[in-house]
Write a protein that binds this ligand. Structure first.
Ligand code: GLV
Ligand code: MN
Ligand code: MN
Length: 419
């Protein structure tokens, strides 16, 4: 199909609608003063209902799978999947995830409501578990769609001890239906996701849109140190087995190793649990989770091995018991060459230069790549800021992104996707 021509007015109208929808979803939070929307929570339910309402208004047929993923369907034949997530980190921005879902709805609605025929069908997907903010694993929703859901994850518990399996039941779904959420390879042509960049590259290059070449690989190391609780006032310093002091050394080691990699690897500890967690008690048990990422498989593995060896030495020196488990190991996920080129062509048709860049952030595409070719379109965000309430992308850039996605759909040809 010939891609439509967009005037600046058309783009501004799309951008204003998208911004209003981003704000509407951004108002659905578990807390009044910050945005928190966790997987399978009452806020997830409310957000899913709003998304379903928008999908229907866009002319899509709505269903929901066992993980709560909302699907809006248009047309028949092999599916082009367009998705992102509606869960958030704690104290989140409004754009990370929701904008991709909204862009999918508005772009699919352009064809569905316009009565335009396509030689393939579209499913818009709103996943609920991209951030991993509730359970210590992530991408459950997209893994189910890709047919790679790990049943052992059902036993993982949130901070309140509720397991994923129980949370699915409390959400009104059945774990027995998870296999039915999977698409068959032959029914799917590709998965495409629109997302804010979450980094500074596009802004620095003064370009609104980027085409992702690959999503970097990721390792999570769960490090548990076990010492001995004791009285903070009476136990002499040299007789202590302080698990938190050991964890602090481990965290500094992770930072040092990542700095030594000169930008090739990043390592972060964003979550730490301390027991018993009282001011006047020597910490007995500490769990820290290292999030290690790199575009290079070898550099990531090298850093993870050095870190594990270093933490073992720290634990020995401090007489702490230690267990290290990897709870997430995801290889670098390349985006499909032809999908990249089709996205690039639709960006160029709008008069912008499609900047090619890696994604340092994780995305549902990492799971969907197990099912089908994937591609991602990034939109610039102010200051590269994300996972932060200051996250912002201008309505003009949002409108341009949706116009590019519509152009991509018009250009998309499943027959052109070799290998
Ligand atoms: C998700 O946003 C991640 O990259 O951790
Ligand atoms: Mn995201
Ligand atoms: Mn995120």
């Amino acid at each position: 199909m010939n891609p439509p021509a967009f005037s600046q007015d058309d783009i501004d109208v799309l951008g204003a609608r998208a911004e209003a929808m981003v704000n509407a979803l951004g108002a659905i939070s578990a807390e009044p003063d910050r945005l928190v929307r966790l997987f399978l929570s009452p806020e997830h339910r409310r957000a899913a209902d709003l998304v379903a309402h928008w999908m229907r208004a866009a002319g899509l047929a709505v269903s929901e799978d066992a993980l709560g993923t909302v699907r809006g369907r248009f047309g028949t034949g092999q599916r082009l999947l367009i998705g992102s997530h509606i869960d958030t980190v704690i104290d989140a921005g409004k754009y990370d995830g929701p904008f991709g879902v909204i862009a999918g709805i508005l772009a699919a609605g352009h064809f569905a409501r316009g009565g335009l025929q396509l030689p393939f069908g579209i499913d818009v997907l709103a996943f609920g578990d991209e951030e991993g903010s509730r359970f210590p694993a992530t991408l459950a929703s997209s893994s189910a769609c890709a047919g790679v859901f790990r049943a052992d994850n059902l036993a993982l518990a949130d901070r309140d001890g509720v397991t994923l399996g129980d949370a699915i039941a409390a959400y009104g779904k059945s774990v027995a239906d998870i296999p039915a959420a999977a698409y068959r390879h032959e029914d799917v042509a590709a998965y495409v996701e629109v997302h804010i960049e979450q980094g500074p590259v596009l802004e620095t290059r003064n370009q609104p849109l980027g085409v992702v070449t690959a999503i970097v690989g990721q390792t999570y190391l769960n490090v548990e140190l076990l010492g001995e609780a004791g009285h903070a006032g009476t136990v002499p310093m040299l007789l202590r087995r302080d698990a938190l002091a050991g964890a602090a050394e481990a965290m500094l080691l992770g930072e040092e190793l990542a700095r030594e990699s000169k930008g090739e690897v990043v390592a972060t500890v964003g979550r730490i649990a301390i027991a018993p967690g009282a001011t006047n008690v020597i910490p007995a048990n500490v769990v820290v989770i290292f999030d290690i990422r790199s575009g290079s498989e070898t550099a990531r593995a090298r850093l993870a091995e050095s870190l594990k060896a270093g933490i073992r030495a720290i634990a020995d020196k401090r007489h702490l018991a230690l267990t290290i488990t990897s709870t997430r190991e995801v290889a670098t996920t390349p985006c499909h060459r032809q999908v990249q080129d089709m996205l690039g062509a639709s960006v160029r048709a709008l008069g912008a230069e499609p900047v090619r860049l890696n994604s340092g952030a994780g995305h549902d595409g990492q799971a969907m790549a197990k099912l089908c070719p994937i591609g991602m379109l990034f939109v610039r965000c102010r200051g590269g800021v994300s996972h932060n309430p200051m996250e912002y992308a201008s309505p003009r850039d949002l409108g341009l992104t949706i116009a590019a996605l519509i152009g991509f759909i018009a250009r998309f040809d499943p027959g052109k996707l070799a290998g």
